[in-house]
Ligand binder design. Structure first.
Ligand SMILES: *[C@@H]1O[C@H](CO)[C@@H](O)[C@H](O)[C@H]1NC(C)=O
Ligand SMILES: *[C@@H]1O[C@H](CO)[C@@H](O)[C@H](O)[C@H]1NC(C)=O
Ligand SMILES: *[C@@H]1O[C@H](CO)[C@@H](O)[C@H](O)[C@H]1NC(C)=O
Length: 690
C-alpha cells in the first residue's frame, strides 16, 4: 500500500515549479482577508503562501500526502482534505503542529503512517471520515494540549477492531470520541486505557458484537456518556461503567442482559431497547442509598475504632461484625445500624457526638440521595411488559402448579386407560383420547410457565429478554395455542358426534364411524398446528409477553391473526350451542326416540352453554382490547383472564373425559351423567366469575 517515497528534493522541486511563490496557486482560490485557500483537483500539494491559515483540498488527485507537506505554513489552523479518487496514504509528519482542526474525507485512504499525526498540541478536532482504513490509526503522538478534544472517526466501513491503547496520548485532557457507523466488530481489552473520556459514541456499528470486559479498564476518567445504539453488542463490560451518566442502547436487540446494576453507580438517564431493563435500573435508587449508608456506617465504625484505640480497648467483635454486614435502618438512620445490644452496652457514651460525625456526614449528599428518583429510563414498562414476575398474583402461582400437575397426571391416566383398554375403540373413546392429549399438552405448557416463574421469581426483569426471545418461550407458545385450539376443536367434535348420534338414533347405518372421526381429527390437527405455527412464521409473535401467548397487535396482520383465532373459537362455541340446542329440542319432542331422557337435562344443558359462554368471554374481551389498543385491561388482569380461559376448557375437558370414561357412557342420555355434569359446571362458574 505504502508507495515508495520520492526523494524530498524532487517533490519540493515539482511543488516549487507548479506554483508561483507569490499569489494564489493554480486551481486554487485564495481569500487573503480570511487567509483561506481552497483548491480543487490538484495533483500535487501546492506551495501555499506562508500566511495562510485555512487550507481546503477538494477532490484532489494526490496519491499521498508527502512528508512535511504543510510544514512551511506556520500559522495554519485548519486543513480540510476530501478526495474520492486517488489518495492512499498519509506520510510521516504530514501535518504541521499549529494545526487546530483536521477533517479528512478520503474514501480511498488505506494507510496512515504511525507518525502522520505527530505533535499537534493545538489540535482540537481530528476527523477521519469515510476512508478505506483497515486498521485503527495510530494517534498516540498527537499529544494535544487543548481542552475538549473531539476525535471523530466515522463511516470507515473497513475499520474492524479497536486495539488496546488506541486513545493513549491523543490529548492530555478530556476527549470526546465519535466512532459511529464504522465496520467495527470488536473492541479489545484496554482499548481506552490511559485516556480521559467524556463522551463515547459507537452507534450504528452494525457488526459490533463484542466489547471486551476490560475495554474501559485503565481509563483515567469517564466515560460519562456511552452510546451503543444500533449495534449487535450482546453484553456490556461491568468494569468502567460506574462513571456513566447517560447510557444509550436503543435498537440493540442482542443486548439481552445488563451487568449487575450496581455497575452503574452514577447513571442518570438510560435509553434502552427493552422495557424490562428499566425494571432492573429502578432498583438502582435503593441500592445507591444503601451503599451510601454503608459508607457512612464504615466511617462511623472507623471513628469508633479510633476512639476505642484511644481508650486502650478493641472494638467488641459483635459490633465489628455488625458493621461488616451493614444494615440500613430506613426509619432510624441516625443510629447507623447499631443494634440494640450495642446500645445496651452503653457504646453511645463513647464520644460519638454529632459534631464529630458532622464532618464525616455529607448532609447535602443525604438530601441528594433523598431526591434521587433513580435513573430516567425509556422505554417505560407498559401494560404488556410490566415490572412483574411471570405469575404476579400469589393465587395464580399456586394455581398454575396445581392445575399443571393435575392436568398432566390425570390426562396421562386417561390416555393410559384408553390405550390399555380391552374394549374395542369406539368413536367416543377415540375423541376422548385426543382431548386428553390436548389437555396434557396444556398441562405441559403450564408446567413450563410455572418452572420459569419459579426460577425467575422476584427478578424476572433480569431474565425477561432471554426467556421471551428464546426458543423455550416459542415452544411454550406453540404448545399452549396448539393445545387450547385442539381442546376446543375436540370439544366441538364431541358435541357434534353426540348430536349426530342422537339425531340418527333410529338409523344405525348413519352412525359416525371411526374413520370419519379420524378424518375429522386429522383436519383438527392440521388446523390447530397451522394456527399455532403462524406466529413463529412472523404473523404474530410469542415474544411480547412473559406467558408466551401471541399478543402482538402492532401490525394489521397480527391483529387479523388475533381476530381470526377469536372467530374460530366463537364459531366452535356456536356449533356446540347449536348442537346442544337441537339435542334439547329433540329430547323434548315426544315423537323423538330419545325423549325417554330425563327432561330436566334440558335445563342443565342451558347451564352448560351459559358457562361455556362465560369461559369464552374473557378471551373475546381481551382480543377486542388488544386489537383496538384500548388499555382497558393491563397484562396483569389479562393474565388472570387468559389463564381462566385456558384453565376452563382444560378443567371442563378433563372432567368430561373422566366422567365419560367411568360412567359407562352410552349414546342415550343418562340422568346420572348429567347430575355429574352439574358437578363440573359448578367449579366452572366459580372460576368464570373470578
Ligand atoms: C502568523 O501570525 C502572526 C500573528 O497573527 C503574524 O504576526 C505573523 O506574521 C504570521 N506569519 C506569517 C508567516 O504570516
Ligand atoms: C495502560 O496504559 C498505561 C499508561 O497509560 C501503560 O503503562 C500500561 O502498560 C497500559 N496497559 C496495557 C495493558 O496496555
Ligand atoms: C463508598 O466508598 C467507596 C470507597 O470508600 C467509594 O468508592 C464509593 O464511591 C462510595 N459510595 C458512595 C455511594 O458514596
Amino acid at each position: 500500500m505504502k508507495p515508495d517515497l520520492k526523494p524530498l528534493s524532487v517533490i519540493l522541486l515539482l511543488v516549487g515549479l507548479s506554483v508561483p511563490v507569490d499569489g494564489c496557486p493554480p486551481r486554487c482560490k485564495c481569500d487573503w482577508k480570511t487567509k483561506h485557500v481552497s483548491c480543487t483537483g490538484v495533483e500535487l500539494v501546492p506551495l501555499f503562501h506562508l500566511s495562510l491559515q485555512e487550507v481546503w483540498l477538494v477532490r484532489t488527485k494526490l496519491a499521498y500526502i508527502p512528508q512535511n507537506a504543510f510544514a512551511s505554513l506556520p500559522n495554519i489552523s485548519h486543513i480540510y482534505i476530501s478526495d474520492d479518487s486517488a489518495l492512499r496514504s498519509l506520510e510521516r509528519n504530514s501535518f504541521y503542529n499549529l494545526l487546530r482542526c483536521l477533517p479528512l474525507f478520503i474514501k480511498t485512504l488505506s494507510y496512515i503512517h504511525p507518525e502522520a499525526f505527530k505533535e499537534l498540541p493545538n489540535l482540537k478536532y481530528l476527523g477521519i471520515t469515510n476512508t478505506g482504513l483497515t486498521s485503527f490509526p495510530v494517534l498516540q503522538y498527537v499529544q494535544s494540549r487543548q481542552e475538549d478534544f473531539i476525535l471523530e472517526i466515522v463511516e470507515n466501513v473497513f475499520l474492524r477492531v479497536i486495539p488496546a491503547n488506541s486513545f493513549t496520548g491523543v490529548s492530555e485532557n478530556a476527549l470526546t470520541v465519535m466512532l459511529n457507523g464504522n465496520g467495527l466488530t470488536e473492541i479489545q481489552d484496554y482499548a481506552f486505557n490511559g485516556s480521559q473520556l467524556e463522551e463515547v459514541y459507537l452507534h450504528r456499528n452494525m457488526d459490533l458484537e463484542h466489547i471486551a470486559e476490560y475495554a474501559f479498564y485503565g481509563v483515567i476518567h469517564g466515560p460519562t456518556h456511552l452510546d451503543l445504539s444500533e449495534t449487535k453488542v450482546h453484553s456490556l463490560p461491568s468494569i468502567g461503567m460506574s462513571s456513566i451518566e447517560i447510557l444509550q442502547v436503543r435498537k440493540t436487540w442482542a443486548l439481552k442482559a445488563l451487568p449487575p446494576f450496581s455497575a452503574f453507580l452514577h447513571l442518570q438517564s438510560a435509553y434502552m431497547t427493552f422495557a424490562s431493563h428499566c425494571c432492573g435500573l429502578k432498583m438502582l435508587k435503593r441500592w445507591r442509598r444503601e451503599e451510601h449508608f454503608c459508607n457512612q456506617t464504615r466511617a462511623a465504625v472507623t471513628q469508633l475504632q479510633e476512639s476505642f484505640t484511644v481508650l486502650g480497648n478493641n472494638l467488641p467483635n459483635h459490633l465489628k461484625n455488625n458493621f461488616q454486614t451493614p444494615t440500613y435502618h430506613r426509619n432510624n438512620p441516625g443510629i447507623w445500624g447499631l443494634d440494640k445490644k450495642a446500645k445496651d452496652e452503653g457504646l453511645f457514651d463513647v464520644d460519638l457526638s454529632s459534631e464529630a460525625l458532622g464532618e464525616e456526614l455529607d448532609f447535602a449528599l443525604c438530601d441528594d440521595l433523598h431526591q434521587d428518583t433513580g435513573p430516567l429510563c425509556t422505554p417505560l414498562p407498559d401494560a404488556l411488559n410490566p415490572c412483574e414476575d411471570v405469575m404476579s398474583q400469589g393465587f395464580l402461582r399456586v394455581l398454575v402448579w396445581v392445575v399443571s400437575l393435575l392436568a398432566i397426571s390425570a390426562n396421562l391416566l386417561v390416555l393410559f386407560i384408553l390405550l390399555t383398554s380391552q374394549q374395542k375403540l369406539s368413536v367416543t373413546r377415540f375423541l376422548l383420547g385426543h382431548l386428553a392429549f390436548a389437555d396434557g399438552c396444556m398441562g405441559m405448557y403450564l408446567l413450563l410457565i410455572a418452572t420459569v416463574d419459579y426460577y425467575t421469581h422476584s427478578n424476572y426483569y433480569h431474565y425477561a429478554i432471554s426467556w421471551q426471545t428464546g426458543s423455550g418461550c416459542q415452544m411454550a407458545g406453540i404448545l399452549s395455542l396448539f393445545a387450547s385450539e385442539l381442546s376446543v376443536y375436540t370439544l366441538t367434535a364431541i358435541s357434534f358426534q353426540r348430536w349426530h348420534a342422537i339425531f340418527n338414533a333410529m338409523r344405525p347405518d348413519r352412525q359416525m364411524r371411526l374413520r370419519h372421526a379420524a378424518v375429522l381429527m386429522l383436519i383438527g390437527w392440521l388446523l390447530c398446528g397451522t394456527v399455532a405455527f403462524l406466529p413463529v412464521l412472523g404473523v404474530n409473535t410469542y415474544q411480547r409477553v412473559s406467558i408466551c401467548l401471541p399478543m402482538d397487535s402492532e401490525t394489521v396482520v397480527a391483529q387479523f391473526y388475533i381476530v381470526s383465532v377469536l372467530i374460530l373459537n366463537i364459531m366452535a362455541f356456536i356449533v356446540v350451542s347449536l348442537c346442544y340446542l337441537h339435542i334439547y329440542c329433540m329430547v323434548h319432542n315426544p315423537q323423538h326416540d330419545s325423549s325417554r331422557c330425563d327432561t330436566s337435562m334440558a335445563k342443565r344443558m342451558a347451564v352448560l352453554i351459559f358457562t361455556n359462554f362465560l369461559c369464552l368471554a374473557p378471551i373475546c374481551f381481551y382480543g377486542l382490547v388488544a386489537v383496538f389498543h384500548q388499555p382497558l385491561m393491563t397484562i396483569t388482569d389479562s393474565k388472570v383472564c387468559i389463564f381462566l380461559w385456558i384453565v376452563d376448557p382444560c378443567l371442563l375437558a378433563l372432567q368430561y373425559s373422566w366422567i365419560n370414561l367411568f360412567a359407562h357412557f352410552s349414546l342415550e342420555c343418562d340422568s346420572k351423567l348429567f347430575r355429574k355434569y352439574l358437578l363440573i359446571i359448578f367449579p366452572q362458574i366459580i372460576s368464570a366469575i373470578f
